[in-house]
Ligand binder design. Structure first.
Ligand SMILES: *Cc1c(COP(=O)(O)O)cnc(C)c1O
Length: 399
């Protein structure tokens, strides 16, 4: 997945453009910047790549989720349904607005189970956030139907699935609002950065103002601009946007490399009795950022994980005991380790979460192995990795 593996002259040229004129900020300083508007250019590139009307760049993927929710009016006391398997950023971004994260089970897609979503809806539910984990997607039609039926906002965190698609539409562009991260380990990187994408002009205008202290961005004198509503600072810098501008142009190349490497690894382990693959919904195409497969049970998955490591196959994980991606180890969330006081509604919700079990999620995450697909592997390295993967899995299954 990581774009940082492939860095070169394109990135250097874009960054030097910014350094040469000295305007590191994305807004204002029109006279000094010699026509360089890297953030604006990157937003246009992303509009084209993701076939979407509006793009707002922000400072991170986490910021993108907060800005997306805020732009659609989600806030204090509103419940946002999210999956048990994701990155901690999901609940952080929700809680930053005073909104309440409601965690629900995943299914064999490794994303939200539509049935679990429907069961979690209350009269406080405002939004459903799908997280397209590990390069693939949930059942978008089923989830959209539920959101439409219950009049809920549908948000898509596509931070880990940039370049994938569903029924011909780029992931991130399907729900009401989509979020991307361009942090250092994502498929394309800005160093740090993120984006909100939407076809809704009102949400876009809100995201544009909210991410820059409420600035209305009317006219050419920043100091004279008005503030129609409260905002915050989630701006991206021109330096970061410049890196992203070079990287986004290479996205098709990155996806093609991922697909090639993914296919070699997948073919090597296809047919091993006991190995099944993560379900990709009909009409979906993965971004090939990860290869995900299931083993018969947690014990075999743990053995496999160990065998892979000792055979030199790195960047493969069983997320069951992972601190950052799965609810089991989110003790800081369940025990409310907050630096500042939380609202009584939030405390109640987190108290409820503490006593909840997620057997269906455990069933899938416990048996899953997720292997990152790198861009920098040589053909020989991929072949060696494929054969080591197959033998490690076979050994673990037999022992
Ligand atoms: C990386 C990631 C984020 C957060 O992005 P940052 O840019 O690191 O803040 C959010 N959601 C998912 C699924 C991610 O993988």
């Amino acid at each position: 997945m990581p774009g940082f593996e492939l860095f070169g002259d394109l990135e250097r040229k874009e960054v030097n453009d910014v350094l040469d004129n000295g305007v590191l900020m994305r807004y204002g300083f029109d006279g000094m910047r010699n026509g360089h508007w890297k953030a604006k250019e990157l937003e246009e590139e992303l509009q084209n790549s993701f076939k979407t009307n509006h793009v707002q760049l922000v400072s991170s993927g986490t910021a993108a989720v907060s800005v997306a929710l805020a732009s659609a009016g989600v806030g204090a006391g509103d419940e946002v349904i999210m999956p048990t398997f994701t990155f901690v950023a999901s609940f952080e971004a929700i809680m930053m607005l005073g909104a309440i994260p409601v965690l629900v089970d995943i299914d064999d897609t490794l994303t939200l189970d539509p049935k679990a979503v429907e069961n979690a809806i209350t009269d406080k539910t405002k939004a459903v956030m799908i997280v397209q984990m590990c390069g693939s997607m949930g059942n978008m039609n089923a989830l959209q139907k539920i959101c439409t039926k219950h009049n809920l906002l549908f948000v898509e965190d596509a931070c880990q699935a940039i370049g994938g698609s569903y029924e011909g539409k780029p992931l991130g562009s399907i729900a009401d609002l989509g979020c991307f991260s361009f942090d250092f380990v994502k498929t394309i990187t800005c160093g740090e950065g993120g984006a909100v994408i939407t076809n809704n002009p009102e949400y876009y205008k809100n995201a544009d103002h909210y991410s820059d202290h409420g600035h209305d961005h009317v006219g050419s004198d920043r100091g004279a601009e008005t503030h129609p509503f409260l905002g915050y600072n989630f701006r991206i810098s021109e330096l970061h946007a410049a890196v992203g501008l070079a990287q986004v142009k290479r996205l098709p190349e990155f996806i093609a490399i991922q697909k090639k490497n993914y296919t070699i690894l997948r073919e090597a382990i296809t047919g091993i009795p006991g190995v099944t693959f993560r379900k990709v919904p009909e009409g979906g195409e993965e971004s090939y950022a990860f290869l995900n497969f299931f083993l018969p049970d947690l014990e075999v998955a743990r053995k496999t994980s160990k065998a892979l490591k000792s055979n030199g196959v790195d960047v493969c994980w069983n997320y069951y005991d992972n601190n950052w991606h799965y609810i089991r180890k989110w003790d800081h969330l369940k025990s409310q380790k907050s630096l500042f006081p939380l609202s009584s509604e939030m405390k109640q919700a987190l108290e409820n979460l503490k006593n909840k079990s997620f057997e269906q999620s455990d069933h899938y995450i416990g048996r899953n192995i997720s292997c990152l697909i790198k861009l920098s592997w040589t053909d020989a390295e991929v072949k060696e990795r494929a054969s080591n993967m197959a033998s490690s899995i076979t050994k673990a299954l037999e022992s």
